[in-house]
Design a protein around this ligand. Structure first.
Ligand code: PRP
Ligand code: URA
Length: 209
């Protein structure tokens, strides 16, 4: 089983606190979410495949490393949109897929409504992004979809706040998919919201509460 990585860098934690604060206005929420996405991408890229290349400096030849294999970023709609925008700042040539789903507020089960993914998924590192891992239903549904393309060994999950219940659910079905998060919170409430969490990430990002 792959362990969960909690990204404790102060730059990320500072922005996560802005996201948690209910007095944060929508424009600051969007900025902090985008920046968290960029910083998470930075933290997650430590083992990204590179190729040794030779370049000519103004003075002499030098060896360097280049990222050759473009990453595929996959955003679970809606809340991951801003996060993936931030990630793409470090991966300007990333291809970006979208999986549309929302939680039925009564059953808490994800309702799948859209899938648009790049071709050749199994030839690229893949980051599956969703800022909130609550019951785990949405991430599991996304992994079920990606499994059809035989690419699960290349997938890493990027989230910002994870609940223990959601981590357990993902782990039960997909024990080998690495999970990166900025925080593991205490628990879910009776409506499936993460405590202390940040509220509804999609609504706070788009001002639709
Ligand atoms: C939120 C969030 C995750 C999901 C997490 O989306 O962005 O996708 O809930 O919950 P889970 O782990 O219990 O599945 P939501 O359903 O609110 O849709 P939205 O982003 O369109 O608002
Ligand atoms: N989705 C959110 O946006 N927030 C939660 O706390 C749980 C699910």
């Amino acid at each position: 089983m792959h362990k969960i990585t909690v990204c404790e860098h102060p730059f990320i934690q500072h922005r996560l606190t802005i996201l948690r604060d209910k007095s944060t206005p929508v424009h600051q929420f969007r900025l902090a979410l985008r920046e968290c996405g960029a910083l998470m991408a930075y933290e997650m890229a430590k083992d990204h495949p590179t190729k040794t290349v030779r370049v000519q400096t103004p003075l002499e030849p030098a060896n360097g490393l280049r990222i050759e294999t473009p990453v595929v970023l996959i955003a679970i709609l809606r809340a991951a949109l801003g996060m993936v925008e931030g990630m793409a700042e470090f991966y300007p040539d990333a291809r970006i897929g979208h999986l549309g789903m929302y939680r039925d507020p009564r059953t808490l089960q994800p309702v799948f409504y859209y899938s648009k993914l790049p071709a050749d998924l199994n030839h690229h590192p893949i980051i599956l992004a969703d800022p909130m891992l609550a019951t785990g239903g949405s991430i599991v549904a996304a992994l079920d979809e990606l499994k059809k393309f035989d690419c699960l060994t290349a997938v890493k999950i990027a989230t910002l706040i994870a609940a223990p219940e959601g981590i357990a659910r993902v782990r039960e079905k997909y024990p080998d998919v690495p999970i990166y998060t900025a925080a593991v919170d205490r628990q879910l409430n009776e409506k499936g919201y993460i405590l202390p969490g940040l509220g509804d990430a999609g609504d706070r990002q788009y001002g639709t509460a």
